[in-house]
Write a protein that binds this ligand. Structure first.
Ligand SMILES: CC(C)(COP(=O)(O)OP(=O)(O)OC[C@H]1O[C@@H](n2cnc3c(N)ncnc32)[C@H](O)[C@@H]1OP(=O)(O)O)[C@@H](O)C(=O)NCCC(=O)NCCS
Length: 170
């Protein structure tokens, strides 16, 4: 677990088996506190309580890393990292409570996840957003993700090169 203060918000990274120790209730409360629109932007579908419970279950069991932005013991933002072992590549899920958006929390959390994905030797990091989601698209573009449209969805990918992959040209 790593933690550092971001303005008045504290960012904490839970990696590997530490993810399972995060409070289920706090995670559920976070997703329920997002507006309907924020939840739709995060999951690209409507999420009822049952679907949120199922996602929290999946997060605790399968996420490789979780960044929590907290203030006064409440979650203000979450960044989830899921690694698929075949490549290995990874997918990011982001959500910052509306009142706390536009303060750099999403960018800071994603930057931490990029470092964790690099450390895990992922070759690529991806995120799916709605084409109309200008905040998520700006955030991903600023961090170097290339974006490709597919109907209403935007698929963003960051290719990662590891230091020992670089070749000296002949
Ligand atoms: C996308 C999201 C995580 C961004 O979090 P955030 O903490 O507000 O992001 P930041 O403050 O780091 O800002 C990132 C960029 O988005 C821009 N931005 C923030 N809010 C914006 C808004 N409402 N409209 C347009 N751009 C916006 C910022 O200006 C910044 O770009 P810039 O540096 O070029 O100006 C947040 O809006 C969110 O949780 N949305 C709902 C869920 C979601 O869309 N998840 C993404 C799909 S996984």
């Amino acid at each position: 677990m790593i933690a550092f203060a971001h303005a008045k918000v504290c960012l904490t990274a839970f990696v590997g088996s530490h993810v399972a120790g995060v409070s289920r209730d706090l995670l559920t409360e976070h997703f329920l506190t997002l507006s309907d629109e924020g939840r739709f932007q995060r999951f690209l579908r409507r999420m009822d309580t049952e679907a949120i419970d199922a996602h929290v279950e999946h997060l605790l069991a399968d996420a490789h890393a979780l960044i929590i932005a907290s203030q006064s013991n409440r979650i203000r933002g979450l960044a989830e990292l899921y690694i698929s072992l075949q490549e290995p590549s990874a997918e990011v899920g982001l959500s910052v409570l509306e009142r706390h958006q536009g303060q750099g929390i999403g960018t800071s959390m994603t930057t931490m996840l990029i470092r964790i994905a690099e450390h895990a030797r992922c070759t690529a990091l991806s995120a799916v957003t709605l084409m109309e989601n200008s905040a998520a698209r700006a955030l991903l573009k600023n961090l170097g993700f290339r974006q490709r449209g597919s109907g209403e969805e935007c698929h963003a990918t960051l290719l990662m090169q590891h230091s020992d992959d670089s070749r000296v040209p002949n």
